[in-house]
Design a protein around this ligand. Structure first.
Ligand SMILES: [Zn+2]
Length: 323
């Protein structure tokens, strides 16, 4: 049997498709617009799959299995996407069967954040490390993640294991999109980091900050603005950035006590800040980790960027149907 697998990553804007070889290496990929409505989107996914195979210079017959990463909520067991905020018109779509039938290949369906975590584990930050227990925290518009234990992706009973964004860090804290207060997401998501800076500027008009001009000219402040100003020594930006890192360090402490991973990686746009993020998160982690023994976990950065979900989905298909 061939060891080539196809990964499909369904996003709100683009569909990514890639062919992954047995050594977890990506050998060809394409990106197409998502489209609107299940039928159009599924047709685009199938088209993307065919183009990816062409780009990789292999025959569709050589593809052993297909992995699909999709926004949820979904059931990985049933292969059904229940609905999605980013995919208008989707309701209980049997995506796995639709793709599997059209391409005549066995397929798996996985939540995109979990697929990305598995991708990093197999082919990115966790590659060649001989580790079995791995956690990824993704910092984007929201905060998501995934857990690998004993080499297997953890799903939980309703496919919602690894929702680190909704661990409550501050009882009664800021309102979260989930309806609760004080979740990690409201302190550490990229979108929220910019909002915290704007609030600080409004509440403290006496404090000088280079972010004030960004807010006045652009109308908003992003996490990237905060990071750049903090790097340049802006005291308001640095205060916000360090607060974000402190919450992430605290989240890592809680994750270690829950899962005891060998490695935790930070992913998403904010991870592009590199050591400026990582060193502070590590420091906050060390300060808050219990004093009974030294931590064994390594906290690092994701390496695959936007390809992680596509690669992870293909690797999950390999695990399900080849290994
Ligand atoms: Zn929440």
């Amino acid at each position: 049997m061939s060891d080539l697998c196809l990964g499909l990553d369904l996003g709100g804007t683009n569909i990514k498709a890639g062919v992954i070889a047995g050594n977890s290496k990506l050998i060809g990929k394409v990106s197409v617009s998502t489209g609107v409505g299940p039928d159009a989107v599924i047709a685009n996914m199938i088209q993307a799959a065919k183009e990816a195979v062409k780009t990789a210079r292999v025959a569709m017959d050589a593809i052993a299995a297909v992995g699909i990463a999709s926004p949820g909520p979904l059931s990985s067991k049933r292969g059904v996407v229940f609905r999605s905020a980013n995919l208008p018109g989707w309701l209980n779509v049997p995506l796995r069967e639709r793709i599997s039938g059209a391409l005549s290949k066995p397929a798996i369906l996985e939540n995109d954040a979990k697929a990305a975590a598995y991708g990093e584990y197999r082919a990115g930050a966790g590659r060649d490390r001989a580790i079995n227990d791995f956690v990824m925290i993704t910092l984007g518009t929201g905060v998501g993640g995934g857990v690998v234990q004993d080499g297997k992706l953890v799903h939980g009973s309703f496919d919602s294991a690894g929702e680190f964004g909704h661990m409550i860090m501050v009882p009664g804290g800021d309102l979260c999109g989930c309806g609760q207060h004080g979740c990690l997401e409201v302190y550490a998501a990229a979108s929220r980091t910019g909002q915290h800076a704007m609030r600080m500027l409004r509440e403290h008009p006496e404090r000088p900050s280079s972010l004030r001009q960004v807010m006045q000219t652009v109308g908003q402040v992003t996490a990237r603005d905060v990071e750049q100003s903090a790097q340049a020594g802006d005291s308001v930006a640095l205060e916000i950035w360090e607060k974000t890192c402190e919450f992430l360090g605290l989240a890592c402490v809680n994750i270690v006590h829950a899962y005891d991973p060998q490695m935790i990686v930070l992913a998403g746009g904010m991870a592009a800040a590199g050591d400026f993020l990582l060193m502070r998160v590590r420091q906050a982690f060390m300060e808050r980790f219990w004093k009974m023994d030294a931590p064994h976990v390594e906290i690092g950065l994701a390496e695959l960027g936007n390809d992680a979900g596509m690669i992870g989905a293909a690797e999950l298909a390999r695990e399900a149907f080849i290994h």
